[in-house]
Design a binder for this molecule. Structure first.
Ligand code: CMP
Length: 148
């Protein structure tokens, strides 16, 4: 069953100059990109994005961080896109993130973990709609030339 996931390359990703490398990881996996843009996230959109963490002690830190500098937002599509994107990203807690995953290879602090990926179908739909209008999602056939 085809599904979509939101991926955010967070401010630390752009600031560290590793955006291309991280996009490449998702691209090489074979996920189909159906939307991609750079933006500065507003406070309102950040609070909506992180609504489930509103009661957490680090909520303000989360919002301040994600709004501090530009992000790259992407929508990927494939069978099991949500689980695949999360596997590539690795565990949220930095000490649990396995080598070979993005966080396992690039991250040393849980609070600046360079990438966000949706954790469920419901979250994905809500998160995608927060950052993309329907006309920003590009519909096309992938692999028409069978290059991969
Ligand atoms: P993300 O996938 O964007 O979703 C929630 C974020 O909360 C998570 O990535 C981490 O960056 C952040 N987070 C989780 N635990 C902590 C923590 N203990 N302190 C600060 N940030 C945290």
């Amino acid at each position: 069953m085809e599904e979509r996931s939101l991926i955010l390359l967070k401010p630390d990703c752009l600031q560290r100059g590793i955006t291309g490398e991280i996009i490449t990881r998702f691209e090489k996996k074979g996920l189909k990109f159906v939307a991609l843009k750079m933006l500065l996230i507003s406070n309102e959109k950040a609070e909506y994005h992180y609504a489930e963490h509103r009661a957490k002690p680090f909520f303000k830190e989360l919002v301040d961080f994600i709004t501090s500098s530009p992000v790259v937002a992407m929508v990927v599509e494939s069978e099991e896109a949500i689980r695949l994107a999360r596997k590539l990203s690795g565990a949220t807690k930095v000490e649990d993130a396995a080598p070979g995953t993005i966080r396992g290879d690039y991250v040393i602090h849980t609070s600046s973990n360079i990438v966000h990926t949706s954790d469920s179908k419901e979250s994905a739909e809500r998160e995608i709609a927060n950052f993309f209008s329907p006309d920003e999602i590009v519909m096309y056939e992938k692999d028409i030339y069978h290059w991969i």
